[in-house]
Design a protein around this ligand. Sequence first.
Ligand code: NAD
Length: 542
Amino acid sequence: MSGTIRVPPPVNEPIFPYTPCSPERAELKAALNEMSSQEVDIPVIIGGREIRTGKTHEIHAPHDHGLRLGLWHEGGAAEARQAIADTLEAQREWASWPWEDRAAVFLRAAELLSTTWRARLNAATMLGQSKNAFQSEIDAACEIIDFFRFGAHFAERVFSQQPHSEKGVWNRTDYRPLEGFVYAVSPFNFTAIGANLAGIPAMVGCAVLWKPSKHAVLSGYHTYRLLEEAGLPPGVINFVPGNPVEITAAALEHRDFAGLHFTGSTEVFQSLWTTVGRNIASYRTYPRLVGETGGKDFILAHPSGDADAVRTAIVRGAFEYQGQKCSAASRAYVPASMWKGMKDQLVAETDGLSMGDPADFRNFVNAVIDRGAFDSITGYIRRAKAGADAEVIAGGRYSDADGFFIRPTIVHAKRPDHETMCDEIFGPVMSIHVYPDSAWSETLDIVDSTSPYALTGAVFARDRAAVREAMGRLRHAAGNFYINDKPTGAVVGQQPFGGGRASGTNDKAGSAANIARWLSPRSIKENLVPPTSYEYPFMAEE
Ligand code: NAD
């Protein structure tokens, strides 16, 4: 086939509202019922083959200990090595396909997810990761669709960047997929991140070993099946849930390890980077390391800010998905003049948030992901209650009797260096420091220097000079910076997402910059009229 092919112009997937009596609500409820009443047996999938290792783990809904959703089989070093061999084999054929055939697989996956697969992926995310319908919709449906549609668009844009040619010469750039495989390691909190980490390198021709989080195996499995249904050939992406230490060791010691596409905690990313550094002489190529990690995301209110907007940003930014978003607001700096008028309503709104099972659509917040998260988050709440430097003014209650439920909690931190102002808690805990109105300038320094992270942040001000000052002084404090808006909810193609400092390599998920990381350009010069003598004109006799 000849022709300069263009992928369809991308548009962000509309968010379904799931209002009572809407068809999407009925369909989602049916999918939730079906998935809750059947147990799935999830294998490792290598080269399209289902492998049941027999080392199984039960999948329970975080919000209901009694709801068993199925089992998954744990992969280890042997499965990882097999997956690497199979993906490298599959890549020979896959990378040789015309670009548009590869793009078509992902565009078809986006279309299936937009229609017949939507309820399935949303239900798996709601049940397995305890997300309400809206939080699931913006993640498992809309963001995956956006990653694939915009991914194809940005890849096309990267491929179209071609060099200048002088007379007699034709220069070209061949955008080769990485030579070797990409190791995609995804976190529990977004189904879309797994789809993106594994899917985007594959879209541009790479071989992929995908290790999902043990807490997102259910949604990861359905994501894999979606890609398979869309026509992804066996082996291009191999799905290997399992022992992270064993699988990682097998991947990072392999000669053909060519890239790491990671999202998760800073500590784990740094340990993987250290291992890569230690093994560096053993690889065929220098691996690309892309990691998006933790955050301690801030809301900074200026005395000129709109108190209602700040309050709403705190409630939505801190407590949606129980604060388990890397972008979730978890520290706020509020001027004393604003705090006086805001505190009571903020506390009342926070204490009024409905909490419970995501299948009951009236609930705003659901459960945190597991026992480890529950213990760690409640530890912060207990210490805040016990210490003199902080006061728990909203929430502060929790129970693991039925599921891992923690009430949205607000800590009033008397000191800006209280642990709740500094650590990534990754739960429904918002820590607020009230500063004297006259200390705006010092507060900017505190916001900038309190945490090693630099993921998201928001400033609220009506005074434009204050916005400008915050933009300048906090330039490196956040990779995603919001003015008069909450620091969560980045949309693919609109606010490319990623942070600097300890928050990651800032390669911006869902952007052309990210896609370029999975490509190794080959510069080709073709001389249309090659010289036939070694002598240059200056060598001629006078
Ligand atoms: P995590 O670090 O516990 O796990 C992430 C992945 O790493 C999982 O697949 C896990 O199995 C794997 N892993 C864990 N220990 C490992 C080890 N020793 N060796 C190799 N792999 C290992 O993170 P999580 O709890 O799943 O997710 C929450 C974290 O992710 C938070 O810190 C959050 O800020 C971060 N996050 C960041 C972004 C971003 O875009 N910056 C997005 C989502 C989540």
